[in-house]
Write a protein that binds this ligand. Structure first.
Ligand code: FAD
Length: 501
């Protein structure tokens, strides 16, 4: 697998993923776990600032959500600025907006400095009200953008065929091919003397005398002064599994029948919303469309969101052949802002999680924040996004809502299995949780007809995994751990796989 599911994204088909040779530098200044946009942007930033870095990636770079993103680089967020102002105040919202408005330039500068040919384009974003009840939401968003000087205005026309009632145009957006970009970062990192090991899964770490010893599933160990979990969510049982809810989003790429005049991006205001943008690659113009999100492990038929997405795309745009369809995972933080910075209680350990659908922007900013923290430089955003923050008033309602759901699964899964059934009835490519001798078994029949039986209890906290038929993975409905059909971990927080029976 080149990414954490069987469906290839538009990006995965077309790019050579750079891998560095092994390096041995004794004690590293920083060991960065994860080869997505967060890990590689941070690795290059730290290496440039004179730190000797090692990146450890469990499979290949771009294996995680960076290989399944739709790669809009935006200066606003899923948590809209009017909501950020009401929860955190105008001063903090202004700081966030000021940093966010710099991200497209940071990425543009990286592409220029390191000669990264990654289809980088600058463009506008159009936010659409499609139903009367969305008009007010859009009005509030526009007002907040004006208050924070995020350049935005009402418009009557948009560069997409889809229908709408009112729309705003937001300047200063960008987009790129995410895997070409991170492959370029990895190459630049190697040229600056950094080390990157792929197929290396970090399974344990321990701190002794201010040195962190990291052990891998492949039997190797490395030492560093700082450890950064750039794994999208930190592994293990910690507060971040409770403070973030795992969701899946669905995307497709289709050839356009008409060449677009300009690059542009847009989304509506449904919950979950539909999002779309143009992309040009290999002389061909594409429309990328996404949506139909749901909580991980909570959709029984994961083929259905793909059907709905194709239908939505055909009804709303003038498209030809659908060339790729894929789904991927993201994390919604309870108070709406990500957690980026020092791990509470572990002085030399850092994390970056809770990006919602804005990881190109947050991943780029995380590199600045964590570098500044390690090098003891001031960073205003670091205080706002600190993983130790307690914004209970702002997030209590969401926290209770998301965790009631996880708690329900934790308790329900102790008592009942999904379904008692016959192994014989299992079709090829199908997976089911069955009860056998009082034990819950995750049963999967591969395309050759072979049966694979695994323990169905997620090793993270014991919820029962659910089969994701579209990506052929076992997904945990509580905290989003995911496993391939052999039982190997493909998404933390679980650190161990499902055991073979
Ligand atoms: C369908 C979809 C569309 C999206 N579209 C956008 C968009 O348009 N714009 C935007 O800004 N954001 C978007 N997002 C969100 C964005 O893609 C993510 O937030 C971002 O890619 C996360 O990057 P990351 O580097 O933090 O994590 P990842 O890309 O998930 O990388 C983490 C890496 O860590 C590795 N890893 C995990 N555990 C270990 C371990 N124990 N040892 C070693 N390696 C390990 C994984 O293999 C993985 O490669 C989208 C998300 C989805 C699901």
């Amino acid at each position: 697998m080149k990414r954490d599911g069987i469906n290839n994204s538009i990006w995965v088909n077309s790019v050579y993923l750079h891998q560095n040779p092994d390096g041995d530098h004794g004690i590293y200044d920083a060991i960065i776990v994860g080869g997505g946009i967060t890990g590689l942007t941070l690795a290059l930033e730290l290496q440039i600032r004179g730190q000797q870095c090692l990146v450890l990636e469990q499979r290949n770079i771009g294996f995680g959500t960076t290989g399944g993103t739709t790669a809009h680089i935006n200066n606003f967020f899923d948590e809209s600025y009017d909501r950020i102002i009401s929860k955190f105040g105008e001063d903090k919202a202004q700081t966030i907006a000021d940093y966010a408005m710099r991200v497209a330039s940071i990425i543009k500068k990286n592409t220029a400095d390191y000669n990264i040919d990654c289809d980088f384009e600058e463009c506008s974003f159009y936010l659409l009200s499609v139903e009367k009840k969305q008009d007010k939401i859009l009005e509030n968003i526009l007002k907040a953008h004006r208050d924070l000087d995020v350049p935005s205005r009402s418009v009557l026309k948009i560069p997409f065929e889809t229908e709408f009632r009112t729309a705003i145009e937001i300047d200063g957006q960008a987009q790129f091919h995410p895997l070409k970009y991170i492959a370029g970062l990895a190459k630049a990192f190697a040229e600056k003397g950094g080390s990157l090991l792929t197929n290396t899964q970090v399974s344990k770490h321990e701190t002794k005398d201010n040195i962190i010893e990291v052990s891998t599933g492949q039997g190797r160990s490395f030492s560093g002064r700082n450890l950064i979990w750039a794994t999208h969510i930190p592994p293990g049982v910690n507060r971040f599994s409770m403070l973030n809810a795992p969701y899946r989003s669905y995307a497709l790429a289709a050839k356009l029948n008409n060449e677009p005049e300009n690059f542009a991006q847009a989304a509506d205001l449904y919950d979950p919303y539909h999002y779309f943008r143009y992309h040009k690659m290999g002389g061909e113009s594409y429309l990328i469309v996404g949506g139909f999100d749901h909580k991980t492990g909570h959709e029984k038929d994961t083929g259905k969101p793909f059907e709905d997405l194709v239908q939505y795309a055909k009804e709303n745009f003038n498209i030809g052949e659908v060339t790729s369809k894929w789904s991927s995972q993201y994390y919604v933080p309870t108070d709406g802002l990500p957690y980026i910075g020092r791990m509470p209680g572990e002085e030399q350990v850092y994390l970056a999680t809770g990006y919602n659908g804005n990881g190109m922007t947050w991943g780029t900013l995380a590199a600045q924040i964590i570098s500044d923290l390690i090098l003891k430089k001031d960073n205003e955003l670091a205080d706002i996004l600190s993983p130790s923050r307690v914004e209970i008033a702002a997030s209590a309602q969401e926290f209770v809502k998301e965790n009631l759901d996880a708690a329900f699964h934790l308790i329900k899964d102790q008592f009942s299995s999904d379904k008692k059934g016959e192994l014989d009835g299992l079709e090829t490519g199908e997976g089911k949780v069955l009860e056998y001798n009082g034990q819950k078994v995750a049963a999967y029949r591969d395309d050759m007809g072979n049966l694979k039986l695994l323990t169905a209890d997620c090793p993270h906290m014991g919820c029962t995994v659910q089969f994701n038929s579209a990506e052929r993975t076992w997904d945990c409905p509580c905290h989003g751990s995911r496993f391939d059909t052999e039982g190997n971990v493909i998404n933390v927080p679980a650190q161990e796989g499902l055991k073979s029976i």
